[in-house]
Design a protein around this ligand. Structure first.
Ligand SMILES: NC(=O)c1ccc[n+]([C@@H]2O[C@H](COP(=O)([O-])OP(=O)(O)OC[C@H]3O[C@@H](n4cnc5c(N)ncnc54)[C@H](OP(=O)(O)O)[C@@H]3O)[C@@H](O)[C@H]2O)c1
Length: 242
């Protein structure tokens, strides 16, 4: 049974993706900041016949990454899929917002820790386990708001959504996707950035367009594809502009 670790999988898109991959025969490891929330998600998944466990992973507590790595190594000895899904939008959100001149250094730092530094460090630690898979996937959960080209284009549909901390942390995550894909180009590991769409979750808000389940399906399709693209950010099957 292939093994998939999804961070921030206790709710939202992460939980929906855990269900989708579980339905497709994966053993799912639910990364959860708060252990009890992870346990509740695992209980839900198991009721659906999915093989699942939880591991506490807090993107602001890198020592939890080492515990996770050691536990996956001891229990499974391999990791087939890592989804860097946990993410935060800590500044005010909305369409006509630009937080560039007002965001506090603390909020900017915390946003980068969860959305960028954490995923980089966790991925580096888990690479030896991913290298043991015959066909591994690293998925970085990005957003269309990370695209500098769209932000620099008046009239684009993200032009007036300048949540600076969130957007720039995900732009950095996209850089990680490209650089890591290059580093791993001669291996069996594909590195895939994805934009899930605008999704009804706590982060996406009530006005969003699709459900977490609708967002999860095409991401699971990419993960299970025999030869998915690497070093790109995909939305609806096509690469997004950088
Ligand atoms: N929703 C959208 O429209 C949308 C669009 C583009 C991209 N995305 C991206 O998709 C990913 C999932 O978002 P979502 O919409 O599902 O958000 P969500 O419902 O708010 O869920 C966020 C998840 O991240 C976890 N998390 C937050 N801080 C964490 C930390 N320090 N350590 C570990 N986990 C942490 C949360 O755990 P707790 O329950 O413990 O807080 C939760 O499980 C994010 O990376 C987001 O940027 C979402």
């Amino acid at each position: 049974m292939p093994i998939a670790l999804i961070t921030g999988a206790n709710r939202g898109i992460g939980l929906a993706l855990a269900q989708e991959l579980g339905d497709r025969g994966f053993h799912v490891i639910v990364g959860s900041r708060v252990l009890q929330r992870g346990e509740e998600a695992v209980a839900t998944l198991r009721q659906q016949g999915i093989s699942a466990e939880t591991i506490p992973i807090d993107m602001e507590q890198p020592e939890t990454f080492i515990y996770a790595r050691d536990r996956i190594a001891a229990l499974h000895g391999v990791l087939d899929v890592l989804v860097n899904n946990a993410g935060v939008m800590l500044e005010s959100s909305g369409w006509n917002v630009n937080t560039t001149t007002t965001i506090s250094p603390d909020v900017l730092r915390r946003t980068f820790q969860v959305n960028f530094f954490g995923p980089v460090e966790l991925t580096q630690l888990l690479l030896p386990l991913l290298e043991k898979s015959t066909s591994a996937r690293i998925v970085n959960m990005s957003t269309i708001l990370a695209s500098l080209e769209l932000h620099a284009t008046p009239g684009s549909n993200t032009y007036d959504t300048k949540t600076f901390g969130y957007n720039s942390s995900k732009t950095a995550l996209n850089a990680f996707t490209v650089h890591l894909a290059h580093a791993l180009r001669n291996t069996n590991i594909k590195v895939i950035g994805v934009h899930p769409g605008w999704v009804k979750t706590e982060l996406g808000g009530e006005g969003a367009l699709i459900t977490p389940q609708q967002a999860a399906r095409p991401i699971a399709d990419l993960i299970t594809a025999p030869d998915p693209p690497t070093g790109v950010v995909i939305f609806r099957g096509k690469p997004l502009p950088w």
